[in-house]
Design a protein around this ligand. Structure first.
Ligand SMILES: [Zn+2]
Ligand SMILES: [Zn+2]
Length: 1205
């Protein structure tokens, strides 16, 4: 605080005169006699002479401003409030849209148990008449089972086609099944096996073992199949028979899902990554199948998962000779299995999903969801005559004729209860499927058969009902609980009541009544499943539309603000209007909901009271926002009317004023940016678009720069623009590619495409950056003599040490992973092998984590604390100058006003006090804080990512420098124009050309005052004011384009730091930076900062665009006008990102939600955009405005006695 005191003391002696920037620092002081004019000086001076009178404005102004400061809320708080409102609207919109789009279901951990069937047996005792013994819920029908999964086995691959003359390569290639269907129709059954999308293997396997519906979060976790926690028949089987009775071979997705059941002892698992490899995995399975079939006494459950057909589809498509040979191979294996199994074995052959015409899958087209299912046993599976006798036809579903035959169609999850009961297991707790009826009608006695089936169905229904009851207990307000209440809960009760009624009297137990009971249970099962599908597996269009709608509405509002509010500050009472609108929204939600529910489409959706509330809060507060804007413009218009009619016209015109070129370009950029979501291939190649945008900006910037009048500034601007473009090019070279980019992208981010270890040269560069980055920042700040105070300490020591520690950490990490790589060839994908390989308690790990923790400490604790205590980069310097101007100046040795006596100035000299770093008082201080954020983000990055980020910081610095140069150029041009016109009008060729020579202005108000002062000396005062009125205000540089560019730079840095809009590109290893084991607080934060750090950095840099090298010289009222522009830019950045999100929502949710690539391309991009928006909002509101800007403005304002508004 000593600096502030000193400065204030200095001011008490002298008056701060003026300051400017850009030009080389000179130590030209002004004495009180010098007429006020803009002088290029990085350091401003204060004549320190007790004789010089202190103008009354300075001191009095300070006092007045302090009083008003206390009364008014600070502008940064008001800005933060406005931005907070925008942020809350964004959150609400994202919440609504996500609820409609990303479906979620909570997993219940409960497991079904053998001794609790959930059925009230006393009401109606259905004794089993099955063949097996009753050990569990239902008598075991089969002792053993073989489950063969042929990945992507589409339904039409399985069934015979007798009507085709020209057979594709995939038709009629499984003759063994056709033979079974013909020769043993009661032993072999074929079904169309319909999957719930997404049709990806992991989701299918989960559904096929648990009987649950998939959700999008599941689809996202496909890349790392984590262990299945829900109850499933495989775990139940293991629990009842023991692990050694299970044998698995095939795709390692299974071992990932069931790590406790399928261990190295009982499984042969193979990785499934390379889709071009059709045979390795299948040959492995075939090899393992041999001994398994040779000795069938060794297992009770055999699971074999073949991948070749799927890989063949992905690589060659279904209609390819490879498919023929692949299916022929499968045919042989099926034959082999069928020949080997015993009588008490159930053989299940199934596809987990189908494939589309190109051989891909994931979406919900018929070809993708229709897989084939074949059940076979050497014992009779069904009793065909009974099927007809009970006429269960309306409970069953059938396909359209395929190859001339109609087949039964079942939902994939129906296999789960069926298999469980047939194998004598309890049905998994979360199952929603219903038993396949024909498989429980195998008894020869019709009465026994129908009772068997009824018993199975009742067990099934009781299990599902129990599941819903538990779900309701846990989530009483969920949509499922609601649906239960009004849709299907009563159906189960009705069925049970009917059972009780007929259970009293055995005469009532006629076949008709039993079939009726069966129907009641089946009705419950089907209705509840439909409700669940609606709630869990279907997009909720009204919710998505509500989310997109309020986001779009908020964007339009903000657009109005940006267009209409160029120069004025936030309207008074805006907060009250926002709060009022919000409260009104809350109050009216209750009445709005019944109105909305009158619309059919909303009735069908799961819109709840909370959703309506969010919607109406957003809607009414947006209305409040607009009203306050209109009121404010009317009051300003009213003032204008009283002044003059012409003025009023002008102020109304202001509303429809076209944006200047830069604003127009900004809009164009945003528009094209939004169009990226119009196609999945645009999203895939998004990084290319972003580079295109930035290079276009480079070209535009070059044009701007070449129009700079001053030669020196022009050269500087041109060089800077060119280096901006070169840096963009360099950044574009750093990439991890997404698989869809194919050969169009060359991955460079890691040492090789298969690994995620950094290359050695990136480490060398990182170590070098520890020296280069602080040096460059030092040069940058030295331009305005701002290397003082906190900057001196932080840039030279804190930041430098932080980067060095970070790079030593990276080198150690690299060496460690290399050492570990020798032991474990699998290293690279995750950090875990590394952690396992090197003793966590060892000195290596200790050193590593200590280094990086220290660096984090610098970035997050030491640096910010030091900055907070004194954020100024200014210092004062006292110089004794020769009065005669001989230049024999002498700097008074640093006594920073600590109270000790300063030696009196030598005779013949005049003592002057200079404020160093005056010209960039706001910017430098803010910049120092920004470098702390930079260090924090950088430490979470891989080595190349850290270098990329340094380049990014350099680009940000160039951008703000360029903005400053262009701003000065605009001002200089305006000044020249005004002078020329005044000269023309007055006809006086006065010698006031020094005004025109004056260059590199920064503060328009100061300059306007200077111009006015100059005018006063030329002409009469009245003439001057008339001239100013005619020529208008000095130009305001439009900063919308730099704002948009800053946003796009965040995107570029996101890609260049080794990310893509895919979940698989998330750098999970960053979760372990500085922590040895997964930490539930730090690890997610580290991963989030690693991924979204570029967005944080660029959002935090936004205020610099306005305040960088902005002169702190106040106008006559002691004010500096910064916040109108800051507000516009913050709003612009938020609007840009949210418009992109709107486009994303419209295209993803509106047009492409049925698109093949919705889960693979669109949904991850949506998640990225939503989280980027949230991160940028939070950074802007909290970090940039509420903390850094508020502190900078307060401190600089107090020290220099100016009021920032
Ligand atoms: Zn699959
Ligand atoms: Zn596949």
């Amino acid at each position: 605080m000593s600096l502030r005191k000193t400065l204030q003391k200095g001011k008490a002696q002298a008056r701060a005169e003026s300051g400017a920037d850009g030009a080389p620092p000179s130590l030209q002081p002004h004495t009180a006699a010098t007429p006020p004019s803009r002088t290029p000086a990085a350091a401003t001076s204060m004549a320190s002479s007790s004789r010089s009178p202190r103008p009354g404005q300075s001191g009095g102004g300070t006092l007045a401003s302090k009083e008003t400061l206390n009364k008014e809320r600070s502008p940064s708080t008001r800005l933060a409030k406005l931005l907070l409102w925008v942020f809350l609207i964004h959150i609400g919109a994202i919440y609504l849209f996500t609820r409609g789009f990303l479906l979620s279901r909570s997993v219940l951990d409960a497991k079904s148990e053998c001794n609790n069937t959930n059925v009230d047996e006393s009401a109606f005792d259905l004794q089993g008449h099955g063949r097996g013994e009753q050990e569990c819920w239902y008598p075991q029908q089969f002792k053993k089972a073989v489950v063969i999964v042929i990945d992507a086995l589409r339904f039409d691959f399985v069934v015979p086609h007798y009507d085709l003359t020209d057979e594709p390569y995939y038709i009629n290639k499984l003759p063994v099944i056709h033979k079974l269907l013909e020769s043993q129709p009661e032993n072999a059954l074929v079904f169309q096996f319909v999957a719930d999308p997404p049709t990806t293997t992991l989701q299918r396997l989960k559904a096929l073992t648990t009987g649950t519906l998939p959700t999008i979060i599941d689809a996202g976790s496909n890349f790392a199949s984590s262990a299945l926690k829900e109850d499933n028949w495989l775990s139940q089987f293991e629990a009842s028979r023991g692990q050694d009775r299970v044998l698995f071979m095939g795709d390692d997705t299974w071992t990932g899902l069931f790590p406790n059941v399928l261990t190295v002892n009982n499984s042969h698992s193979f990785p499934s990554l390379d889709t071009h490899d059709l045979d390795t995995l299948d040959n492995g399975v075939i090899h393992a199948l041999g001994p398994a079939l040779a000795d069938i006494s060794k297992w009770d459950l055999l699971i074999a998962h073949f991948l070749g057909v799927d890989h063949c589809g992905h690589t060659f498509g279904p209609n390819d000779p490879h498919m023929e040979s692949k299916l022929a191979q499968m045919n042989d294996q099926i034959e082999r299995v069928i020949d080997s199994v015993s009588d008490d074995t159930l053989v299940v052959i199934m596809g987990d999903h189908g494939m589309n015409g190109h051989g891909d899958h994931g979406g919900d087209s018929d070809d993708e969801i229709e897989a084939g299912l074949v059940l076979y046993s050497k014992r009779k599976l069904i009793n065909k005559s009974l099927m007809d006798r009970f006429s269960l036809g309306d409970m069953l579903q059938y396909t359209k004729p395929v190859g001339g035959t109609v087949y039964r169609t079942v939902t994939q999850i129906d296999l789960v209860p069926t298999l469980s009961l047939l194998l004598g297991l309890p049905i998994p707790f979360n199952n929603l499927g219903s038993v396949i009826p024909e498989l429980f009608l195998s008894a020869t006695n019709p009465d026994h058969a129908i009772r068997d089936l009824l018993r199975a169905m009742r067990l099934n229904a009781a299990q599902v009902s129990t599941y819903f009851e538990s779900y309701k207990d846990l989530h009483p307000t969920s949509d499922i609980a609601l649906a239960m209440q009004i849709e299907f809960g009563a159906l189960f009760e009705r069925a049970e009541r009917f059972m009780r009624d007929i259970g009293q009297d055995s005469r009532q137990q006629t076949t008709e009544h039993l079939v009726q009971a069966l129907r009641l249970y089946s009705d419950f099962l089907r209705t509840s499943l439909t409700s669940c599908k609606r709630i869990w597996a279907h997009f909720d269009v009204p919710l998505m539309a509500a989310g997109g709608g309020i986001l779009l509405a908020s964007c339009l509002c903000l657009l109005v603000y940006i267009v209409a509010y160029r120069d004025s500050s936030i309207p008074p009472y805006l907060e009250r209007f926002l709060a009022g609108g919000t409260l009104f929204g809350i109050a009216s939600a209750r009445y709005l909901k019944p109105l909305l529910l009158k619309v059919q489409i909303i009735q069908d959706s799961s819109v709840g009271l909370v959703d309506v509330m969010i919607f109406s809060m957003a809607g009414f507060s947006i209305l409040g926002f607009l009203i306050s804007l209109v009121l404010h413009s009317r009051t300003s218009a009213a003032t204008a009317v009283s002044a003059s009619a012409r003025r009023e016209k002008k102020s109304l015109l202001r509303w429809i004023r076209l944006p200047p070129l830069s604003g127009f370009l900004a809009c164009l950029f945003i528009f094209v940016n939004c169009l990226i979501f119009a196609s999945n291939s645009y999203i895939v190649h998004e990084s290319t678009f972003v580079i295109g945008f930035l290079q276009t900006f480079g070209v535009i910037g070059l044009l701007f720069s070449m129009r700079v009048p001053d030669k020196e500034a022009r050269n500087k601007a041109v060089v800077m623009t060119l280096s901006f473009m070169v840096m963009t090019r360099l950044l574009s070279a750093s990439t991890v590619c997404r698989e869809e980019q194919g050969h169009l992208c060359l991955p460079t981010f890691y040492a090789s495409a298969q690994q995620s270890v950094p290359s050695q040269w990136s480490l060398v560069m990182l170590v070098a950056s520890g020296a280069i980055t602080p040096y460059v920042i030092r040069r940058l700040l030295s331009q305005t003599k701002s290397m003082n105070g906190i900057a001196l300490i932080w840039i030279d020591y804190g930041l430098r040490l932080g980067i060095i520690l970070g790079s030593v950490y990276a080198v150690l990490d690299f060496e460690g992973s290399k050492a570990d790589g020798n032991r474990n060839a699998n290293v690279g994908n995750t950090f875990e092998p590394l952690m396992a390989g090197i003793n966590p308690g060892g000195p290596y790990m200790w050193l590593k984590s200590t280094l990086v923790r220290t660096a984090f400490g610098f970035a997050l604790i030491v640096g910010p604390a030091a900055w907070w205590s004194n954020p100024l980069c200014m210092d004062i310097q006292m110089v004794d100058e020769a009065v005669d101007g001989s230049g024999a100046n002498k700097v008074v040795p640093g006594n920073r006003g600590r109270g000790t006596a300063t030696p009196a100035p030598p005779p013949g000299t005049q003592r002057k006090v200079y404020i160093l770093g005056y010209a960039n008082a706001f910017g430098a201080s803010y910049y120092v804080a920004l470098t702390m954020i930079f260090l924090f983000v950088m430490l979470t990055q891989k080595p190349l990512g850290a270098i990329v980020l340094s380049l990014g910081l350099a680009q940000i610095s160039i951008l703000v420098e360029l903005v400053d140069i262009w701003r000065d150029a605009d001002f200089a041009r305006w000044q020249q124009g005004v002078v020329a016109r005044i000269q023309k009008e007055t006809g006086t060729l006065a010698s006031q050309t020094d005004l025109a020579d004056d260059e590199a202005g920064s503060s328009k108000e100061a300059a306007a005052a200077a111009a006015a002062a100059a005018l006063e000396s030329v002409t009469a005062e009245s003439l001057a004011s008339a001239a100013l009125a005619k020529h208008g205000q000095p130009p305001t540089q439009d900063l919308l384009l730099p704002t948009v560019v800053l946003s796009l730079m965040a995107n570029l840095l996101f890609f260049a730091t080794g990310h893509q809009a895919t979940l698989s590109s998330i750098q999970w290893s960053s979760a372990f930076i500085g922590v040895t084991t997964l930490n539930y607080f730090f690890s997610p934060v580290l991963v989030a900062v690693n991924t979204l750090g570029p967005f944080m950095l660029c959002a935090a840099a936004l205020p610099l665009v306005v305040i960088w090298k902005c002169s702190p010289k106040a106008d006559k009222l002691g004010k500096i006008k910064l916040f109108p522009e800051l507000t516009r830019l913050c709003i612009m950045m938020m609007m840009h990102q949210s418009l992109v999100l709107v486009a994303n929502m419209v295209f993803t949710g509106g047009m492409f939600r049925r698109h093949l690539m919705v889960w693979k391309v669109f949904a991850p991009r949506f998640m990225l955009q939503a989280s980027a928006l949230v991160v940028m909002d939070v950074t802007l509101v909290v970090v940039a405005v509420l903390v850094i800007l508020a502190r900078v403005v307060k401190e600089v304002g107090q020290v220099l006695s100016v009021r920032v508004v």
